[in-house]
Design a protein around this ligand. Structure first.
Ligand code: NDP
Ligand code: 8X3
Length: 253
């Protein structure tokens, strides 16, 4: 029987790359994101390429009611979910704390922290019942060290780090694995979202060095699921070889 992975934020970037990687390896997929047309297109492509089954869950992870209603309606045969990739997330703005936009703060905290909690709360009981499961949270190096103008985004990813550690302890008795993957700069739609559609500002972030790609991150996410049941990777930080921390880069002038 095929294994099942549930990926949040699968319409772009890491989530989409993970969908390809898991499908390529024979997983059936439960895919979430807000942009339903992208989900439908992805479903069509992956089914054609890899002949896997796909169940779509187009909801906003910030919407508590949508999250719990949609997940309650997931058919029984899809609930033997082996892997949950809590990936949906975003940064908005790069303001100093004294100039921060309160709505941006709310959106980041609601998505990166509360959304991740809602989805986890709904899916973990399935894993407990099935006596198996692996939760993979997309943290960030921004959840390991803060940088100027990173404030609330960093705080949201520090929260993901704390939650990953707490989940591992709380779920220990159920032998559910919990891993955080903490990438550095990766070229996805992330910066375009952060800079609210400003392509010039977004491109600048990746100038002068080779950033990670979504595929690089998906390889690592998939890798941690391939280890024997008694082995749990607790956390992995990964950066471009030209990035040593949130602020130190080896850029070609
Ligand atoms: P992208 O912007 O490329 O993709 C983000 C995904 O999250 C999209 O599929 C988007 O789908 C989804 N998403 C955003 N908000 C919501 C929401 N409210 N409900 C459901 N889905 C949502 O970014 P990345 O792939 O780069 O980022 C993925 C994760 O990795 C994030 O948690 C990010 O913080 C983290 N990260 C990114 C790094 C980078 O440099 N790129 C580095 C370290 C961590 P839709 O808009 O359709 O809802
Ligand atoms: C995204 C990486 O360095 O922009 O989490 O915070 S960074």
């Amino acid at each position: 029987m095929n294994k099942i992975v549930l990926i949040t934020g699968a319409t772009a970037g890491f989530g989409e790359a993970c969908a390809y990687k898991f499908a390529e390896n024979g997983y059936n997929l439960i895919l979430n994101g807000r942009r339903n047309e992208r989900l439908e297109l992805l479903k069509e492509k992956l089914q054609k390429l890899f002949n896997v089954n796909i169940h779509l869950l187009p909801f906003d992870v910030r919407n508590k009611e949508q999250v719990f209603t949609s997940l309650e309606q997931v058919p029984q045969e899809w609930r033997s979910t082996d892997v949950l990739v809590n990936n949906a997330g975003l940064a908005l703005g790069r303001d100093l704390i004294q100039e921060g936009d309160i709505e941006d703060w709310d959106t980041m905290i609601d998505t990166n922290v509360k959304g991740l909690l809602y989805v986890t709360r709904a899916v973990v009981p399935w894993m407990i019942e099935n006596k198996k499961g692996h939760i993979i949270n997309l943290g960030s190096i921004a959840g390991k060290e803060v940088y100027e103008r990173g404030n609330v985004y960093c705080a949201s990813k520090f929260a993901v780090d704390a939650l990953t550690k707490s989940m591992r302890i709380d779920l220990l008795e159920h032998q559910i694995k919990v891993t955080s993957i903490n990438p550095g700069a990766a070229e996805t739609e992330f910066s375009l979202v952060r800079f609210k559609g400003n392509e010039e500002a977004s491109k600048k972030i990746y100038e002068g060095y080779t950033p990670l790609t979504a595929k690089d991150v998906a390889e690592v996410v998939y890798y941690v699921t391939t280890l024997p049941q008694h082995v749990c990777v607790n956390e992995l930080s990964i950066t471009s070889t030209q990035q040593a921390s949130a602020v130190y880069f080896n850029k070609k002038s």
